[in-house]
Each structure stands twice: as C-alpha cells, then as structure tokens.
Design a protein around this ligand. Structure first.
Ligand SMILES: Nc1ncnc2c1ncn2[C@@H]1O[C@H](COP(=O)(O)OP(=O)(O)O)[C@@H](O)[C@H]1O
Ligand SMILES: [Mg+2]
Length: 231
C-alpha cells in the first residue's frame, strides 16, 4: 500500500474544530486519485499531510508503510525528498534557475532520486531531458532558459517534470491546471498520467474542477463540513 490513512483528524490549533476528517483511505501503487471540494475544504491540507509537511492531530497517515506522525521533522523532510514529487498550485519554480536546473532540483536533496534518475537514462541531465521531452518541452534551447521566460502552460510542465524526476513513488499535485483552459487541462493530465504510469507512481491530484473527475480511477470529495466521501 502506498497510502494508508486511518481515522485521520487534523486541526490547525488544538482547540479548533478539525478542518479534515478522513475515516479511511487506501491507495495502491499506480492508482490515480482525484480529490475535489470547494475552496477551504482541506484539499491542500490533505496534500500537506501526505507529504509530511504537517502531521495528523489524531489517527494515522502511513505512506510506504511509514506512519508519518511518528517521524520527526528532519526525518519527514528526508522522506519527502526521497519519495514524494510535489506539483504546487503556483508551481514554485525557482525563478533564478534554468528549466534544466529546476528539473534537476529534487536530485540535489535525495541520493535515492539521483540513483533512480541515472538508472532510467544514464545521467541526471539525460533523465531531465527525457522527462521534458515526454511533457512536450523537447527543444534543447528551452532547457537553458530562465523558467520565468516560459508561458504558464510550459512552466506547469516543467513543474511536472521536476516532480517526476528520480521516480518518486507518490506524486501529489495541488490544482496544477487552474491557470489553463479546458482542453489544455485535459492534455496536461494525460501527459502526467503517462509519465506516472511509466515510473509506477501513485498520483493524488487536487482540483475544484469536477469536470476532471471522470479521467481518474477514483475520487474523494471533501465537502468542507469535515466529512470526506470516498468513491
Ligand atoms: N497554515 C494554516 N494555518 C491555519 N489555518 C490554515 C492554514 N492553511 C489552511 N488553513 C485553513 O484550513 C482550512 C482548509 O484549507 P485548505 O486545505 O487550504 O483548503 P483548500 O485547499 O481545499 O482550499 C481553511 O479553513 C483554511 O483557512
Ligand atoms: Mg488549496
């Protein structure tokens, strides 16, 4: 099991009501989960828990058989660097780095991801070029450019390549398509699916756009009243 959530409750402050309550959620290797719900319903909070940025107030979030709430902050940082690819809502690309250096970034923090990238393509740069090519960014002159000179759609694909670099087991994406129009949204998701399948990654994809749900194997709806509904 890649993800195993049991009796999860999360509150930002001990005396606050929970912003998130998930009785049970299991994800096997390679599954693609769609997480939907209105703004403020806890979608980003759930991703933060899966990445070990925050930990459960009660209950458990196990990823790759490790209960994240039992790890210290430094251990969770290492765990995330090794095993989780994160595509942020605003991409979080480093503006002073080139496209290539942004994609190589996860390898700076994880020997495991360096090794897996080398296994895939021989060299780190080779794997970065392969991923960028798969995501329709295959012009070598583009790879040396500052990311800020790219279009929003291109930056989003750089962010996806970075998340996939070194084949993390879990890829999580926080509304990565909200800046795109409908047909480019779907095209991006299909590229993301293809690459997740290739590396065998489990994908958790958050969006408030219910029209994307049919593309996914499974979905989870956060209603905002602390009741999660799994399908
Ligand atoms: N760092 C934080 N500290 C305190 N409250 C937060 C923080 N981040 C989010 N919240 C609150 O938690 C709830 C869920 O937020 P969030 O997970 O960002 O929702 P979504 O991603 O579905 O829009 C909201 O009420 C939000 O205001
Ligand atoms: Mg959010």
């Amino acid at each position: 099991m890649i993800v195993d959530i049991q009796n999860l409750e999360f509150r930002w402050q001990p005396d606050d009501p929970p912003v998130l309550r998930i009785p049970a959620l299991q994800l096997a290797a390679g599954e693609h989960l769609f997480v939907q719900g209105p703004s403020g319903s806890g979608k980003s909070t759930l991703l933060g828990l899966l990445a070990g940025v925050t930990t459960a107030s009660s209950g458990s979030v196990r990823v790759l058989d490790r209960a994240l709430e039992q790890l210290g902050r430094v251990e969770r940082d290492h765990f995330r660097a090794d095993h989780v690819g994160y595509i942020f809502q605003l991409f979080n690309l480093l503006p002073f780095l080139s496209v290539m250096d942004n994609v190589l970034l996860p390898c700076r923090f994880s020997r495991r991801r360096r090794e897996r990238a080398r296994q895939s393509a021989g060299t780190l740069a080779g794997e970065a070029r392969r991923l960028l090519g798969q995501l329709d960014l295959d012009h070598p002159q583009l790879h040396g450019r500052a990311v800020t000179t790219l279009s929003v759609g291109q930056q989003q694909r750089v962010a996806a390549a970075r998340a996939l670099m070194g084949a993390p087991e879990l890829v999580i994406a926080d509304e990565p398509t909200s800046a795109l129009d409908a047909h480019r949204r779907e095209a991006f998701i299909r590229l993301l699916f293809d690459e997740c399948r290739r590396v065998g990654a489990t994908l958790v994809f958050v969006s408030h756009d219910a029209a994307l749900e049919p593309l996914f194997d499974r979905s989870l709806t956060l209603s905002g009243d602390q009741q999660a509904v799994a399908a």
